[in-house]
Structure formats: structure tokens, C-alpha cells
Design a protein. Sequence first.
Length: 186
Amino acid sequence: MNDNEIVELYLSRDERAISCTAERYGTKLRRIAFGILNNRESAEECENDTYWETWKRIPPHEPRNYLFAFLGRIARMIAINRYREDRRQKRGGETCELTREMLECIPAQSDSTEHAETDELRTMIEHFLDDCPREQQIIFMRRYWYCDSVLQISEMYGFSESKIKTTLFRMRAKLKEYLAKGGYHV
């Protein structure tokens, strides 16, 4: 079943939409959540929460041409919120390595007025990635969207860990410079 047909099931409030979504994207959604939480059971719970949240969001949204991106974003936010909650309960917890890496080049929001700039920032990052070679795009997305470790990326694509680390370091530096030219300063 294709994405358009799955979205139609959601729009008609047909419960088969969830099973079709799970069949098509379940493994990928669990992988996203696992990359953040590093816990299989929690990743499965996030996957199920993603289906429920999707059920609530379609309609009004109709992600016919971007269903996986829509689902992936929901799964990431659920997993990140779960991660934060788990760390909060442990009183302090640790700072996520990925967050530290990205804070080197993306400015943090300081108040609610800057929240409106999120779409502009996202667009700038998309344009930055569009200008990067395909290999760099893949490495960046595997690290910062799917939350894969450097080791996992190196094994997946046959690159050395040092090549992955160097590529990511250089891309963060270029992204920081690109965003500074667009008016974002860290």
C-alpha cells in the first residue's frame, strides 16, 4: 500500500491505517526512537505512541507526499521528550552528545519570539544540505536525524570512523558559517 492510500485510510478513520503504517514504516520508526533512547522497549512504546499521535493529526494534516517524514518527526519528538523525562527523573542526567555537537553551530532559542524563526532556520539547513555532496548529506542525516552512532554509520557505508568524524566536524563548521551569513550567530 502506498503513502497516499495509507493517508486516505487515516482520513476515512479506518483503523487499518495503523497496521498499514506499522507494516510499511514500523522498523524505521523504532530505529529512530532507539537511536535516541538506546532501549528496545522504550523504542517500541515510542513507535506505538507515534501511531496514536498520527491518528490524532490526520486530519487536519494530509501528508500524502511526505508520510515518512511526517511520521519520523513525530517519532523523534516523542523519543526526545521521553529521553528528557527519563533524565529529569534521574535529577540532572547527562547532556546528549548529539545536542552538544549541534549546539556548536545552531543557535539556541532564548525566548518565544524566536520560535517563529524555526521555519526559516529549518529552510536554511535544508538549503545548506542541498548544496552538500550526497555522501555528506547521508552522513549528516544518519547522525542527526536517525541518531546513528559514528560506528554505526561507518559500518553501514564502509567508511572509517575517522572519516565520519572529520566529515561531521567540517560540516558543522560550514553550517555554522552558512547560518552566520544568514543572520544566525551562536
